[in-house]
Design a protein around this ligand. Structure first.
Ligand code: ZN
Length: 133
């Protein structure tokens, strides 16, 4: 499951409308895609920095994962996404190593990516996402 690179960093924000201009200014680049991921109850906004993206996540439902995160921790870094060749293989390998999974099999994320999450209880507090284009 050796990752090829850091695909993106997911950052929870209260409002895309308020955060996008800040990140456009900070990164010196325009947001190139805004997309809603209905099953995750989020609206996402993407920026490209080198080959790594920044993914802003705004909650569309206070009971969803980002809604709960914002309530508990406030705005901030939510997850680290590692590009792997095959998400299902990476999840299976992580499980054989004794890591807890949120997703047993890959599901569809933003930008048509195949994604799967490890559980932060066994990853030293950082929510890890595997993803493949
Ligand atoms: Zn992500």
């Amino acid at each position: 499951m050796k990752p090829t690179h850091i695909e993106h960093l997911g950052i929870a924000v209260k409002s895309l409308e308020e955060s996008i201009p800040y990140y456009e200014n900070l990164l010196g680049t325009k947001c190139y895609n805004v997309e809603e991921v209905k099953d995750q109850h989020v609206k996402t906004a993407f920026f490209l920095v080198g080959q790594t993206k920044i993914e802003l996540l705004e909650s569309t439902d206070s009971e969803g994962p980002i809604g709960k995160f914002l309530e508990k921790k406030g705005e901030g870094i939510h997850h680290l996404a590692l590009a792997v060749e095959n998400v299902n293989d990476a999840l299976a390998e992580a499980e054989t190593q004794g890591l807890a999974l949120i997703d047993k099999v890959a599901r569809k994320g933003a930008e048509g990516m195949s994604i799967g999450f490890l559980h932060p209880k066994s990853t030293h507090g950082v929510l890890i996402e595997f993803c493949t284009k």
